[in-house]
Design a protein around this ligand. Structure first.
Ligand code: ATP
Length: 335
């Protein structure tokens, strides 16, 4: 069941009045999975969601939901729940009315609507008192819950989240993100969220898609994105990275490699490594659970090391380092 493809995009492009916003983008997402599309402002994330939601039609390419070609189907016929960055709640209606709106336009009987509103409100963490208030009488987090409840109440095939947490403070963001993820797992709704915050992308996504300038650079599990990025742009975006010429390790001449700082072994731990070297510590940064050490090798190469070792490291002292060749990732592309 979970291996079934819920949504597939095939060579999708979109241009606004001749200006390319999304270019030749393809991916598929299995049923029940949570994909986060990550990329800088203006890279085309919202445009993708709008095409999936049926608010924009691709200039080129096809969109399939449950193997059905929906490319030219209007948004109302697609059964997709969407939460926007600014929630887009009706200001003159109570939260209850906002949440039940999708059921009203689908002409569901009042009793059923009320029952469903109560159920979904509880699920997203809204109290009975809160749902009787208007959006202006609710906090940002509560409004976000109302928007989420409204998107979920008609049991959508797909849930689309367009930076739903962008207006919230960091603590609330983390809490709500966890709640959304748990909720998504409970009701098993296939979800696509877009964000430009890589911490948000890393917390709990089954898959991450990285975009830049209208193109999808890589789509993979978070661990793969971190350990085996398809380009140096991604390598640098996720955590600390050492990017060195591949020839340093006797590999392909013009390519570069990634070595994550926590993969570099130090002193006694380096003894059995396939590649060894020595260098001088140029700085040490205390980061709570570990130290970030900047090291200068004899040939002038700079490396970052992350260690939780209790050894008394000191600036200007010489240490031996070692890298196992399986921790050297040859970066396939050069952007
Ligand atoms: P953000 O993170 O800032 O929301 P985004 O990645 O979601 O950005 P999009 O909103 O998809 O990016 O926009 C992609 C490109 O298309 C941008 O260059 C943007 O300026 C352009 N664009 C978006 N909407 C329109 C529009 N209605 N008319 C013309 N150009 C547009």
């Amino acid at each position: 069941m979970t291996n079934k493809t819920k949504i597939k995009l095939e060579n999708i492009s979109y241009s606004y009045a001749g200006n390319k916003a999304v270019e030749n983008l393809s991916f598929s997402l299995p049923t029940g999975k949570y994909l986060t599309i990550l990329g800088p402002s203006g890279c085309g994330k919202t445009t993708i969601l709008k095409m999936i939601g049926g608010y924009l039609y691709p200039t080129k390419g096809k969109i399939y939901i449950d193997d059905k070609n929906v490319t030219e189907m209007d948004s109302c016929s697609r059964k997709i729940g969407m939460v926007f960055q600014n929630y887009l709640l009706f200001p003159h209606l109570s939260a209850r009315k906002n949440i039940s709106f999708p059921l009203e336009i689908r002409h569901q009987p009042k009793n059923d609507r009320e029952k469903k509103v109560d159920e979904i409100s509880e699920l997203v963490g809204l109290t009975k008192k809160e749902i009787e208030r208007k959006p202006s009488e609710l906090s940002g987090g509560q409004q976000q819950r109302v928007a989420l409840a409204r998107a979920l109440i008609f049991e959508p095939q797909l849930l689309l989240l367009d930076e739903p947490l962008a207006n919230l403070d960091k603590e609330l963001k983390t809490q709500l993100l966890n709640e959304i993820r748990n909720l998504q797992k409970t009701i098993k709704v296939t979800t696509i969220m877009v964000t430009h915050d890589h911490e948000e992308a890393l917390s709990g996504s089954d898959l991450i898609g990285i975009m830049n300038q209208g193109k999808l650079l890589q789509i993979d599990e978070p661990k793969i994105i971190y350990e085996k990025p398809s380009c140096s742009l991604i390598a640098n975006h996720f955590g600390q990275a050492n990017i060195l010429p591949a020839k340093y390790f006797g590999l392909k001449n013009d390519a570069t490699v990634l070595i994550r700082p926590e993969k570099i072994k130090i002193n006694l731990n380096a003894i059995n490594c396939t590649w060894k070297n020595q260098g001088k510590i140029s700085s040490i940064l205390f980061m709570g659970s570990h130290l970030l050490i900047n090291l200068m090798l004899y040939d002038g190469t700079e490396l970052k090391l992350l260690t939780s070792d209790s050894y008394p490291f000191a600036v200007d002292s010489i240490i031996t380092i070692g890298i196992d060749i399986e921790n050297v990732w040859l970066i396939p592309e050069t952007i």
